[in-house]
Write a new protein. Structure first.
Length: 144
């Protein structure tokens, strides 16, 4: 589907590569962001693609289930994870993040890391919309 926009395709691919290979974030953090955005944007495609990567990155089955259900049982998350999820949820709900949430996130993440979190969520939000709006299934086919 992205090939229908040859002027944006290489830039989106470059951004995707940068989001997962060139940030200061751990793979664990990147995959947690990916799963949370997939859940919040109802992107089954991205969910199915990133659950295996999340497992490899160290997310537990309890954590993956917590994201899937939207039930953030604090017992399965570290304080750092909760700060990230709360920040990410505020970013997705937007348009602003409260000072309290931002301050808590800054206790655990650098400004660079938080910018990268926002960029990754933006990338996945865009990709999720492309997948859902155009009906791309897991095999890359477009629904009529």
């Amino acid at each position: 589907m992205l090939a229908h926009s040859p002027s944006t395709l290489p830039h989106l691919l470059s951004l995707g590569t940068a989001c997962f290979r060139e940030t200061s974030l751990s793979v664990y953090t990147s995959e947690l962001v990916s799963l949370w955005v997939a859940k919040r944007t109802s992107s089954e495609y991205h969910w199915k693609k990133h659950v295996p990567a999340a497992r490899t990155a160290g997310l537990t089955e309890d954590q993956i289930s917590a994201v899937a259900s939207g039930n953030l049982v604090e017992a399965v998350w570290s304080e750092q994870d909760m700060a990230l999820i709360t920040f990410l949820d505020a970013v997705l709900s937007g348009p602003e993040v409260s000072q309290a949430i931002f301050s808590k996130a800054r206790e655990h993440f650098s400004d660079q890391a938080l910018v990268e979190v926002v960029v990754i969520q933006g990338y996945f939000y865009s990709m999720a919309r492309i997948v859902t709006v155009f009906g791309v299934d897991l095999e890359g086919k477009v629904q009529p």
